[in-house]
Design a protein around this ligand. Sequence first.
Ligand code: FAD
Ligand code: GLY
Length: 373
Amino acid sequence: MGDAPLDCLVIGAGVIGLAVAREVARTGRSVALWERRSEPGAEATAAAAGMLAAAAEAHSPGPFFDLARRSADLWAGWAEQLLEESGVDVEYQDSGLLRVTTSSEVAGDLEIRRAWQLAQGLQVSELLGLEELRQVVPQLGPEVVAGLHYPGVAHVHSHRVAEALALAGSRAGVQLRLSTEVTGVRPRGELLEVSSGAERQLAERVVVATGSWGEQLLRGLGVNLSPEPVRGQMLALRPRGRPLPEIVFGDLGYVLQKRSGLVLVGATEERVGYLAETTLEGVARLAAMARSLIPDLGPAAFAGAWAGLRPFLESGPVIGPLPQDPRVILALGHFRNGILLAPVTAQLVGEVVAGALEPEGLLAFSPRHILGG
Ligand code: FAD
Ligand code: GLY
């Protein structure tokens, strides 16, 4: 048996587990974070472009859009807090975003998108033509026919986010255990027993933040939920031309420039199981998409490529206590938006750990609502 019982044990040190562990530790509770890999943030989190783009990622008004906006609004303050607590700058840049299209049919969809987003109070331009869009991003290629401008949409550096959260968490008291795969969670009297091989630890609450994994753990808890890995490949370029002033988000992918000067081109969406590798076909598709949006990137130097597995659940994100055992809290299924949704997820799970059963805004994502019970 491990040390004295903990207030909370978090499983999985991706952006979600890291954010939750830090949040809970800040309230003075004892928290451990167990991660099977040898460093934090090594899976989907490390692959992410870091866009905080509710405007481009939500396809209709509703609870997901509300949650994403709420989290986007938390991000600037979160970045400052993380800098203060960890000394790590997560490179928050509110550059703005152009949602562009090369198809006149999609231009019609963008008009519809604009109408509901305006009704939701989002800051968005009129539908702009190529020449107007070029006043924002002069490098846009001639295939672009129309687009919307979202000033203020931000992005961060996902590796720095994981680093900052891990440091801030450990300074707040999180006991991070790497190379420790959780193999079971089961009730033991008033407490939960978490095991990793022969090792055991008791905790009052357990948060499951295992990304694209964890199906078996969940089954052991009587939960029928299968996170599906959706591979995203990303290409990095060292451009030779002018800096790219905003995120350019097209029909087939996006292009953005980080503070280091590196241009990220992402990302594929592929259902190939747990194969987190890059392919010639994937990288070629990204290169063609980037050149169609920004022809200037033709002579850019190849600076790398990688892939990650986005955690997909049909229902969307599932966040909150299990109906059959509220000591177990899920924080899963953030799919394309885990970096964006980390602050709000941490806030909501923090409230649950502190005793709130259904914090405001959580109902649509709660296991009770999604799994029944
Ligand atoms: P992960 O980061 O995968 O972390 C889960 C962790 O749990 C892993 O470290 C894993 O090792 C650990 N684990 C699993 N099982 C166990 C176990 N039994 N015991 C111990 N540890 C375990 N999101 C955005 O918001 N903006 C973007 O621009 C963006 N771009 C993306 C681009 C790409 C190419 C990809 C692939 C994703 C992108 N995402 C983006 C999505 C984002 O990366 C994910 O939503 C987010 O990282 C999910 O975080 P997570 O902590 O749930 O999962
Ligand atoms: N949110 C961007 C991606 O998942 O590729």
